[in-house]
Design a protein around this ligand. Structure first.
Ligand code: PMP
Length: 308
């Protein structure tokens, strides 16, 4: 889905015109992937646009930057304010928010520490990442031949720009093979996550998801769904999953900021459960959307209201 240009993008403390939000071609991050980013969503609520778990996303951004020794020249609170301003100035009721911390223009070579640290925040309108239909009908996934980056190669805990080349290889492989999304395994063969989503399965009424130590991202939607599921009385276990655990699951779904909660109806051509959206998936999806839209009192604390 092509991005529709809006009004302004926040760059290093200033709101600049959309078309002027440019960088030099010798920007370090462009060559070496030396950046870290977040994907955040703001939802339309009856109190105006509200950003879902903004502080948690920005904390993860600062952690990603810390892992790569990037000192971010803004506090969490300043980044919260900047995000609110950027949404407001672009007049959006709901949007995707993309903060980026990156090594900028001044020095080249593999030592990133010599390059400046720049920060930008852009917003745009973005519908369901895996398609409108996927929310109900589910997606077809394929185990990738590309392994997820390992703790000893690149830290899966960081949302670093360069690391997403790994996700992109898996995504493209799945798409070219006729599937909607990839599922990645770690070097030991355990399931980690999708290229941009965490993964859950339901078996005998219990919700299972791989532990972060297996190499998945510590997803914020994952955490939200675990909280909601436990509040609904379900047992949730973080445990290693093998690919056959996906083939034999009663239900499976992806979670992610962009994807939200999306059923998986097939993995490697094996249908899952009743070949569509299972009942627990539907219940968790509805509870999640109620939370994001400010319709669930226990979770209102997850929202940052942009106009308040
Ligand atoms: N895994 C990977 C590899 C991701 O890039 C993402 C998206 N950030 C997720 C899982 C889901 O994380 P979140 O729910 O925080 O968006």
């Amino acid at each position: 889905m092509p991005i529709q240009p809006l009004q302004k993008i926040w760059m290093d403390g200033e709101l600049v015109e959309w078309d002027d939000a440019k960088i030099h071609v010798l920007t370090h991050a462009l060559h070496y992937g030396s950046g870290a980013f977040e994907g955040i969503r703001a939802y339309d609520t009856n109190r105006g646009p509200a950003v879902f778990r903004l502080d948690d996303h920005l904390r993860r951004l600062l952690r990603s930057a810390h892992i790569y020794l990037m000192e971010v020249p803004y506090s969490l609170q300043e980044l919260v304010q900047a995000t609110k301003e950027t949404i407001l100035v672009n007049g959006l009721e709901a949007c995707y928010v993309r903060p980026l911390v990156y090594r900028g223009y001044r020095e080249m070579g593999l030592n990133p520490l010599l390059a400046p640290v720049n920060v930008s925040i852009a917003v745009w309108a973005w519908g369901p990442y895996l398609g409108e239909d996927a929310v109900e009908l589910g997606v077809r996934a394929k185990i990738s031949s590309w392994k997820r980056i390992d703790h000893n190669m690149l830290p899966p805990a960081a949302k670093a720009s360069g690391q997403y080349i790994n996700s992109a290889l898996a995504k493209v492989e799945a798409l070219k093979a006729g599937y909607d999304e990839a599922v990645m395994l770690n070097m030991a063969g355990s399931v980690t996550d999708g290229p941009g989503e965490n993964i859950f399965v339901v078996r005998d009424g219990v919700l299972l998801t791989p532990p972060v130590s297996d190499g998945c991202l510590d997803g914020i939607t994952r955490d939200s769904v675990i909280t909601i599921a436990r509040d609904l009385g379900y047992e949730v276990r973080e445990q290693s999953l093998a690919r056959a655990d996906l083939y034999t699951a009663d239900e499976a779904f992806f979670t992610g900021t962009a994807a939200e909660v999306v059923p998986i109806r097939e993995v490697d051509d094996r249908s899952i459960g009743s070949d569509g959206r299972g009942p627990m998936t539907k219940e968790l999806q509805e509870a999640f959307f109620a939370a994001t839209h400010g319709e669930a009192d226990p979770y209102v604390g997850w929202l940052t209201f942009v106009k308040e």
